[in-house]
Design a protein around this ligand. Structure first.
Ligand code: CTP
Ligand code: CA
Length: 222
């Protein structure tokens, strides 16, 4: 009889993972959001737990069902996510920001439903906190991992983000391709680390990509 042993190489490690997109209200019935499905972050949570980690999943809005046995904290807005993430970060050994965080929020969301009385509706957007950048400043012994979604100059733009946010690892995602990335079950990413050669991962399903990301995290010495 064959027996499979899953390697428990993340035993006793506290991993906090964010996933999905945040939403910003325009009025009580409408919101702004992005194309994130949450699949990459949920795959990371599932695989990390299999490998023995204590996983906290901080989830924006997704259509995915919560992975069995994982503590999920649900958030909606970027401000909600920022508060929840900062608390969890204190006890984290590893923090992975896979969420697609809304960069802007509506300056003055309407208290009542906006009626279609006007031909134009000009919306004033103000910039949200960059949660990952804040974590980069707060960072102690934690390993800090971010994602970058780019439609052009993938490596150059992603490297800038890695340095600006004080990351130990950045997962660079080319979101201009619609066969991979947003909403799909497969992904093809490049892993960037300070002062190291880029690692180009082959196209694979998101569970496999999650495993490779976790393999790389294990090798980081802080
Ligand atoms: N991020 C964050 N808080 C924000 C925006 C982004 O924590 N307000 C995180 C994302 O979770 C991701 C990383 O920052 O891990 C990069 O997100 P991305 O959208 O690619 O880059 P930005 O820094 O937001 O820059 P831009 O959207 O202008 O490319
Ligand atoms: Ca952004």
């Amino acid at each position: 009889q064959a027996s499979f042993k899953i390697q428990q190489d993340f035993l006793n490690k506290n991993i906090v993972i964010t996933a999905g997109g945040t939403q910003e209200n325009l009025d009580p019935v409408r919101y702004l959001t992005n194309r994130s499905s949450g699949k990459m972050g949920y795959a990371l949570a599932k695989v990390a737990q299999k490998r023995g980690a204590n996983v906290t999943l901080i989830s924006g809005v997704t259509k995915l069902s919560p992975p069995v046995g994982i503590e999920v904290k649900k958030v909606i807005t970027t401000a909600d996510m920022a508060t929840t993430v900062k608390i969890a970060f204190e006890k984290a050994d590893i923090m992975i920001m896979a969420a697609a965080v809304s960069d802007y929020r509506v300056a003055n969301p309407a208290k009542q439903k906006v009626k279609k009385d006007n031909d134009h509706w000009l919306v004033d957007l103000v910039k949200n906190e960059d949660i990952l950048k804040s974590l980069g400043k707060l960072k102690g012994k934690q390993i800090l991992v971010g994602f970058a979604a780019e439609t052009e100059n993938l490596i150059a733009n992603a490297s800038k983000k890695m340095l600006a946010k004080n990351l130990d690892l950045l997962v660079a995602n080319d979101v201009s391709r619609n066969d991979i990335g947003f909403g799909t079950d497969e992904n093809e990413v490049t892993l960037l680390q300070p002062n190291q050669d880029a690692i180009q991962l082959k196209r694979a399903n998101k569970d496999k990509i999650a495993d490779k990301i976790l393999d790389t995290i294990l090798k980081i010495k802080n």
